[in-house]
Design a protein around this ligand. Structure first.
Ligand SMILES: *Cc1c(COP(=O)(O)O)cnc(C)c1O
Length: 863
């Protein structure tokens, strides 16, 4: 019989053990080995059985055991030490305290991967968000995380007898998780309320998780004030479509800001000045902040928009259209209009923010990424290549500007070493405190470590993976209906001395899970090679609605089920952080073969690199940037090819060849002492040179310096003197936009470009019409440099021309000298762009005026 209600009965800890609660409720245990050791001591067998989940451990440990521990002086001393260490960690000044500025940051994400014990993530986006919070904590960045608490999280995966993915959604009781309810001073739970159509209200309570120093607020609509439909809004991560998804995002964005306000009011935490949105799902947070400013500060919508944008950072994460949230415009109309319309936030303005009103856009949809870019003054992609792809993809929002000038930057993702790096490797690389490793300095020390020591640890990790893989495989086969007698072969599956390749990720089609089986005979030969065999460990979940992805999993599982190869290739179900950790630590080679350039960054390969694994990957995402020829292998990509089948065939063939002729050869090439010298050289090189780059501490520092600090400065400039800055900028932008159709470059002349030599200066004289604007409102610039065959300027330089007196009819003269620093084909143009100290860049407003083009084109055509 099914229970109709479910709840958690909390263990009452004996008084001397009460400090355990403080330890359990701070998720620092998820990356702090000493605290985990302490938990393990409580009951080692149970610790394994509950999969390293301390809340479950305390819930299930025998009371007698607790009573004994309460009298165990040694245990109590260790407990005291652990609590003291945590408190030190929470209060000691860190990198940010030395660096300043003292700016609080709010970080919004629809999913967080913090630990396998909190299954609130589906893949890379969530893992990244989790690593971001942990690293902010390590560095002392005063960040507050905001998200949703999904009552069924993301699904856990198993397989049917014929290899089809089955999904099970766990029922999570927040009282059985390391969370506390956010309460008012008087003890009543905080309620966040947002309006819905037809006069309905959506209520949510707020759970507080502690991620080291970083508080994380998770909104939960499963409260009694809500009707059943509203209670189900936070049921699953990426569960429904349409309305359901929109409601989740309204709760995350709008409710999230309200939850922060409540949290700051109750705890005295400083109000965030910078709001960072991890992908577009939380974009409505900008609307809520605009509403606050209009109703609270008496600003107009446009003034509030400027104040909000200045302090907002938007990170885009995918060039895959299916990864971008788009809603039918009617849906936005329904939820943000009608009786639910906020007078201060007219639905027309909301719709305009998400409109794809550029060439190639779809006029019927509301695009969350587009809104994110309009609500944020600073935008970035997540690797250098992804930055380029994003500038291309979203360039329409800044029409008229060359792609290279589209104001989307990039910060390459990183991973949290404490979470992903094997303890053995951490000890080896640092032999000091983890903070040293986080700072990146410790990694260079690997060069002095004896190679035999590295090889020994690599074997320990590979063997751990092999043993755990057997356990998981046995469990999976039992679940698929095999009897104990039928699974005895699993005892010999995988070999701790065979070259081990890992492939684990979500299963969207662009990641091409089955590229490796493109030529099954070829793969079989690699696996069964008598001298240089290869073994492959695979994991991955398909989105529950993605039948195609499930078919790919089934194909792989069927291949791996075959008797002749099943000892060399395994699919392990239920890819999560725990399995991920095991894989990135134990595999010798981490394989990745996405369709370039659809992998925005990818982070699992970074985790492998930090553990001494070598990457074998298509040059996409981070690998495009940091593959250096010595730290692994680049699979040649046929990304110019239009025929996808042919492309797969070529890339698969290249993959087999690399594995056979390079990867396996290097791995099995041993010296007299049995060591693969060349391989270990590559491992050392990887750890020493990639190590510091792929750390999340590098990433978070980049965000602080490149985005948070400038955004805070802009936000402060907007807010000063009763938002005088925001008022001034809004009215200036209105004036400039209105005058812009009258702005033009009328006449350009230069002095004798026929006979110029490198090193000379080309004088330019320009007549510009400012359309009634003041000269201080614009910059008149020469754009110059190398030109290609089509006369396009390639990576041009810019030179601001100086005002040189009046011309006829109120026009102005400008002049300057363009340096001809190189020989060869050279070209220039002239443009007028808006200029204001509060703009983050020249392209921000998307306004540009160019000279009348040759060949009878007009400015309008060029734009
Ligand atoms: C790291 C990680 C990811 C993201 O890895 P990609 O390389 O971006 O695919 C996804 N899921 C889990 C469980 C991870 O640990």
């Amino acid at each position: 019989m099914k229970a109709i209600r479910r709840f958690t009965v909390r263990t009452v800890l004996p008084e001397p053990l009460r400090p355990l609660e403080e330890l359990v409720l701070n998720l620092r245990w998820s990356w702090h080995h000493e605290t985990r050791d302490l938990f393990r001591t409580i009951d080692p067998a149970l610790w394994e059985a509950v999969r390293h989940d301390p809340v479950r451990l305390l819930g299930e440990v025998a009371p007698g055991r607790l009573d004994r521990l309460a009298e165990d002086r040694r245990f109590l001393r260790r407990l005291d030490g652990a609590v003291e260490d945590l408190r030190d960690y929470l209060t000691a000044p860190r990198w940010y305290q030395e660096r300043g500025p003292d700016v609080a940051v709010a970080y919004f994400s629809p999913e967080y991967g913090l630990t396998a014990a909190l299954p609130q993530y589906s893949g890379g986006l969530g893992i990244l968000a989790g690593d971001h919070l942990k690293t902010a904590s390590d560095l002392g960045v005063p960040l507050v995380g905001v998200g949703l608490l999904y009552r069924h999280g993301y699904f856990s995966q198993s397989l049917s007898p014929d290899g089809w993915q089955l999904e099970r959604y766990p029922s999570l009781d927040p009282n059985g998780l390391p969370l506390t309810l956010l309460r008012e001073d008087g003890g009543t739970p905080v309620r966040v309320v947002i309006g819905l159509p037809q006069g309905r209200d959506l209520h949510a309570q707020v759970w507080l998780a502690r991620v080291g120093r970083v508080p994380q607020l998770l909104l939960d609509s499963d409260v009694e004030d809500n009707d059943q439909a509203a209670r189900d809004i936070t049921d699953r991560l990426y569960g429904g479509g349409g309305d359901h998804r929109l409601l989740q995002e309204m709760l995350l964005g709008i409710g999230g800001v309200r939850a922060i306000r409540a949290y700051c009011r109750i705890t005295g935490h400083p109000a965030p000045e910078v709001f960072h949105t991890n992908e577009g799902h939380a974009g409505f947070l900008g609307l809520e902040r605009i509403r606050e400013l209009v109703s609270g500060q008496g600003l107009t919508f446009d003034e509030a928009l400027e104040a909000t944008r200045a302090g907002t950072v938007f990170t885009t994460h995918t060039p895959v259209p299916a990864g971008i949230d788009r809603f039918p415009r009617e849906l936005i109309q329904r939820y943000f209009g009608g009786v639910n319309e906020e007078a201060d936030v007219p639905v027309e303005r909301v719709l305009a923010l998400g409109a794809e009103d550029y060439p190639g856009g779809d006029g019927t949809v509301f695009n969350m990424a587009v809104m994110g870019m309009r609500l944020a003054q600073r935008v970035n992609g997540v690797s250098r290549l992804h930055g380029e792809v994003s500038r291309e993809m979203f360039g329409g929002l800044w029409g008229g500007f060359d792609t290279s000038e589209v104001p989307i930057g990039s910060i390459t993702n990183g991973v949290h070493a404490g979470t992903w790096v094997a303890r053995e490797v951490l000890d080896l690389a640092a032999r000091e405190v983890p903070e040293v490793v986080e700072s990146g300095r410790g990694w260079r020390g690997v060069r002095d470590v004896p190679e035999s020591e590295i090889w020994r640890i690599r074997r320990v990790l590979r063997e751990r993976l092999v043993l755990d893989a057997r356990r998981r495989l046995r469990e999976s086969w039992r679940q698929r209906g095999a009897s104990e007698a039928e699974v005895s072969w699993i005892d010999d599956v995988l070999d701790p001395d065979v070259l081990t390749i890992g492939f684990a990720r979500r299963v969207p089609s662009y990641k091409r899970l089955t590229l490796m089986t493109h030529d099954p005979g070829r793969l079989r030969a690699l696996l069964l090679d008598p001298e240089r065999p290869v073994q492959i460990v695979i994991a991955g979940k398909a989105h529950p609605a993605d039948e195609g992805g499930k078919r790919l999993i089934q194909d792989i599982v069927r291949f791996a089920d075959a008797e002749d190869v099943r000892h060399r290739i395994v699919f392990l179900p239920d890819y999560d952080m725990a399995l991920g950790r095991l894989l990135v630590q134990g595999c010798d080679v981490w394989m990745n073969n996405p369709l370039r350039p659809l992998e925005a960054c990818g982070t699992s390969g970074m985790k492998a690199a930090l553990n001494g694994g070598l990457n074998l990957s298509i040059r996409d995402g981070w690998w495009d940037e940091w593959h250096d020829g010595q730290n692994g292998w680049a699979i040649p990509s046929a990304d110019g090819l239009a025929d996808p089948a042919r492309r797969d065939a070529l890339e698969a063939a290249a993959l087999y060849e690399l594995v056979e002729d390079h990867v396996a050869v290097t791995f099995y090439d041993r010296d007299g002492a049995g060591l693969p010298r060349r391989w270990l050289e590559m491992v050392k090189h990887t750890i020493a040179t990639l190590g510091p780059k792929v750390l999340a501490s590098r990433m978070v520092r980049d965000y602080v310096e490149g985005y948070y600090a400038p955004a805070a400065a802009s936000a402060r400039a907007m807010a000063a003197d009763g938002y005088a800055g925001a008022r001034a900028l809004a009215s200036w932008k209105r004036r400039v936009a209105k005058a812009w159709p009258g702005v033009g470059v009328e006449h350009v002349e230069s002095g004798g470009e026929q006979s110029m030599r490198a090193g000379a200066r080309l004088p330019l004289r320009v007549v510009a019409d400012l359309g009634g604007l003041d000269p201080s409102d614009v910059a008149v610039e020469a754009v110059y440099g190398r030109v290609d065959d089509a006369d396009d300027l390639v990576d041009p330089s810019h030179l601001e021309l100086a005002e040189a007196g009046p011309a006829e009819d109120g026009r102005l003269r400008y002049a300057g000298e363009v340096p001809l620093s190189r020989s060869g084909a050279f070209g220039y143009s002239v443009r007028v762009v808006p200029r204001h100290p509060m703009l983050a860049g020249r392209a921000e407003m998307g306004l540009i005026a160019l000279p009348p083009a040759p060949h009878g084109m007009t400015n309008g055509d060029l734009r």
